[in-house]
Design a protein around this ligand. Structure first.
Ligand code: TPP
Ligand code: MG
Length: 800
């Protein structure tokens, strides 16, 4: 308990009525029991087939039972949204069980197939999880961006139908070790810039992480950081009983002692119990007037209970603090707790993954008064009659609503035409022009688009869109730059009407903003069509946050641009090579790498619909600043269908062609040049443009998985490759890792000669760089020559 002073703006309210406290105590007890039992059942009572420990976190759960009881059964309102710390999943499921939102079957199957999830999951759990958690730090940061999105939706009145509840609080329950995650501080800074409101962070301050008891006084630093960024901080340290002990004779000395007690010693005494407390307090404080009398009033159990009466386990203190926060300033409650509170390993430094033994559980069960056979009974063995508790729960503001998940109507997507422009253009320019054209329209579709970028708005071609639709800020700040009449082509009007959220550079924040925007339909009842742009290579910086967004089925369009070594003079630090593999590998994210602007238009149209489909997902476009001559063609429905299905023959193979050149993205000119050089000599060679290796691959897998059905589906890639002779060679070329396309050989058993970039890039111009990485036309022709000469076992990257 070392180095901590009480601080903050604790604003006590009227004491809660006794019956409410009594009911909450009963529920608190039941939730401690159920959360422990759920884990115990999973580990000790379910049959096991693989010998693996099932796990679960009884200590992390016990630590936060009181906080969550107070919140869910008194403080929360239906419009509040909550990110529960990952390891409190059993507590959350137990609460929702008492709320009638979780089934006993799911609890019995905790951590089993289709059972309640190890970490709360929006998509896999059935009991109304608001934000998935699991990766420390992300759930808490997401609440900041969800609060921003709520401001966005409210400012524009986009809430479909309105739920009439008013603004909710975005609440995170954090483990204290989560405060080490740097992404939290990036989020705090961004939240300060946008002056977010209606966010609560409640820290379960048990001073234990996974490995150890934390000894430093870092909470002071954290408080200073939060306050500097405009947050209210409420420190909840001692419970009511300890506070009355402090008020007695000798109490000052007791307070000083506990305040300066090292965390390690405090934890050890918690673990060792009443007689250890007595011994230590007698040794350290025995000479203080009144102390012996005070100690003599308590037997060992009562003394242990007094000395562990921290505010995070004291329902009355918690209610006072939560209800005391009257305005909507972002507020952090630092609630002192004990990891494993009420369980035999309370305070033990190794308790993070500890499980009660069968014997310990038996003792615990008896101490809880639970009879055999009534372990799952919601209200058995409590001091308050079941019907009273039922009534109490039914009357809780949070329990009242049948569903808190919204399904606003789908926004129709109008046709997206290929934008006009010169004979050559890059896919990034095309994307910018498409958005610029949309910005000229005033329909529901354009009203629902919201863009965001981490300080690369202009350099990813969002400038024209932002010039027309403005930057969002709920406060309409003065624009000093225009006011001073400085010339600039960026005319960014900043107002609550703006449809672009400008972020600082931190890419994690981009992905969390996209996640929050992409969940606005279910959470805020407002359908949005979010688009985020980022330099392709910096997707790596926010990869966990991107995965996190996809994991909870947030819907957005991610544009990674510019990309690849075609960013030639920019050098290796800015050239992305592995992102196509991210695009293929990331579930719930469909990856496209178009070559031409008309493809971008077709893909964007599909994307806006896909983002709104129930079984849809998010989309990632990998674009480039390399300008290519655009084909003179009409984007027919057939061609558009091929593009969104993943590819089309730019040059159809003829006869039983023995060779195909296959490429994706901006290497088309090199491949076309190579094709022209060899067309005289090689009969029927075709040129396949892959607009989405991900869609082709997914379609192929789906078709294979349909094999058990009566007639197996034919995948688009199978139809495409059926045009080739069975012994044809495929030369695949991309500005990215060659694995992107090399799997194509397995579709029909063709041999593949993959060409691409498998080393860090470097500066140069395109001819030099493409030659160095062997994706220029000479390299392609050389590869084909080797194939023809029968050097089939020669790697195309050897010999240079
Ligand atoms: C990003 C990430 N890194 C590591 C982990 C593994 N991990 C799980 S819990 C934990 C520490 C938990 O400590 P704390 O947040 O204080 O939670 P509590 O004490 O309440 O269990 C760690 C490192 C994780 N879940 N996420
Ligand atoms: Mg902790």
């Amino acid at each position: 308990m070392k180095s901590t002073a009480l601080s903050g703006s604790n604003r006590p309210e009227r004491p809660a009525e006794p019956s409410k406290i009594r009911n909450l105590h009963a529920l608190e007890r039941k939730i401690l029991w159920l959360s422990s039992w759920i884990v115990h059942n999973a580990n000790h009572l379910r049959s096991k087939r693989d010998g693996l420990k099932v796990g679960g976190h009884q200590a992390s759960s016990a630590s936060i039972v009181s906080i969550m009881t107070a919140l869910f059964f008194d403080v929360l309102r239906p419009q509040d949204r909550i990110a529960v710390k990952p390891h409190a999943s059993p507590v959350f499921h137990a609460i929702q069980y008492l709320n009638g939102r979780q089934s006993r079957e799911h609890l019995e199957n905790f951590r089993a197939f289709h059972g309640a999830q190890a970490y709360p999951s929006r998509t896999k759990d059935s009991d109304d999880v608001d934000f998935s958690t699991g990766s420390e730090g992300l759930g808490a940061a997401l609440t900041i961006f969800s609060a921003l999105v709520q401001e966005y939706v409210t400012a524009k009145n986009l809430n479909d139908g309105g739920d009439g509840d008013g603004e909710g609080r975005m609440i995170a329950l954090l483990g204290d070790a989560e405060l080490d995650e740097g992404n939290l501080y990036e989020a705090l800074l961004e939240g300060w810039k946008h002056s977010v409101r209606n966010v609560w962070w409640i820290v379960d301050y048990n001073r234990q992480s996974l490995d150890r008891v934390i000894e430093d006084g870092s909470n002071h630093r954290i408080q200073e950081i939060l306050k500097a960024l405009g947050w209210d901080v409420v420190v909840l340290k001692y419970g009511k009983r300890l506070q009355s002990a402090f008020a007695r004779e000798g109490g000052d000395a007791l307070l000083d002692w506990i305040d300066s007690c090292p965390n390690g010693l405090y934890s050890a005494l918690v673990y060792r119990g009443g007689s250890a407390w007595r011994e230590r307090l007698k040794t350290d404080l025995g000479k203080i007037a009144g102390m012996r009398a005070l100690l003599n009033e308590y037997d060992d159990d009562a003394l242990a209970s007094l000395m562990t009466n921290l505010a995070g386990h004291d329902i009355e203190s918690l209610l006072e603090a939560f209800h005391g926060a009257k305005d909507n300033a972002p507020t952090c409650f630092l609630a002192y707790t004990i990891k494993g509170y009420g369980l035999p390993f309370a305070g033990h430094k190794d308790n993070h993954a500890a499980l009660m033994s069968v014997k310990q559980m038996d003792v615990f069960k008896r101490s809880m008064g639970i009879e055999d056979g009534s372990e799952w009974e919601p209200f058995a063995s409590l001091e308050v009659p079941a019907y009273e508790l039922r009534e109490f729960i039914d009357a809780c503001p949070f329990s009242g609503k049948a569903t808190r998940r919204h399904e606003p109507p789908v926004v129709p997507v109008p046709p997206i035409h290929t934008p006009s422009g010169g004979p050559s253009a890059s896919t990034q320019e095309g994307f910018g022009r498409i958005l610029s054209d949309i910005a000229r329209t005033q329909d529901e579709f354009s009203r629902r688009i919201v863009t965001t970028s981490p300080d690369v708005t202009v350099s990813t071609n969002l400038g024209a869109w932002v010039n027309r639709r403005g930057v969002f800020d709920r406060r309409s700040p003065a624009d000093d730059f225009s006011a001073a009449e400085m010339g600039s082509i960026q005319k960014w009007l900043i107002s609550p009407e703006g449809q672009h959220i400008e972020l600082g550079i931190a890419e994690n924040n981009l992905f969390l903003t996209l996640t929050a925007l992409g969940l606005s339909a279910p959470l805020h009842n407002a359908r949005l069509l979010p688009i985020g742009t980022v330099y392709d290579t910096f997707i790596g910086r926010g990869l966990d946050a991107l995965n996190y967004g996809c994991y909870q089925d947030a819907r957005f369009l991610l544009v990674g641009t510019p990309s690849g070594i075609s960013l030639a003079p920019e050098g290796g630090a800015h050239q992305s090579t592995i992102t196509p593999l991210v695009g293929i590998g990331q579930p719930k994210l469909t990856f496209f790498e178009p070559s031409f602007v008309d493809e971008v238009a077709a893909i964007m149209h599909w994307s806006f619909e896909h983002m709104q489909r129930e079984d849809g997902g998010s989309v990632y476009l990998r674009l480039s600043t390399r300008r290519l001559e655009q084909p003179h063609r009409e984007m027919t429905a057939d061609l558009a269908a091929n593009v969104v299905d993943g590819g089309y023959w730019l040059v159809e193979p003829e006869g039983a062609a023995g060779l195909a050149l296959i490429c994706t993205g901006v290497v088309v000119p090199e491949v076309m040049r190579a094709w022209q050089e060899m067309r005289e000599d090689i009969e029927g060679v075709g040129l396949l443009v892959v607009s989405s290796s991900d869609r082709l691959y997914a379609g192929w897998l789906a078709a294979q998985r349909s094999a058990g059905n009566h007639s197996r589906a034919t995948a688009h890639v199978e139809t495409l490759l059926a045009r080739l002779s069975p012994d044809a060679a495929l030369v695949t070329v991309c500005d990215g890792h060659p694995l992107n396309l090399s799997w194509l050989g397995s579709v029909a058993g063709h041999r593949v000669f993959p060409m691409g970039v498998d080393r860090f890039g470097q500066s140069g111009d395109i001819p030099d760089i493409f030659a160095e990485y062997q994706i220029d036309s000479d390299a392609i022709v050389d590869t084909v020559a080797r194939i023809l000469l029968g050097k089939r076992d020669t790697s195309p990257t050897e010999g240079r």
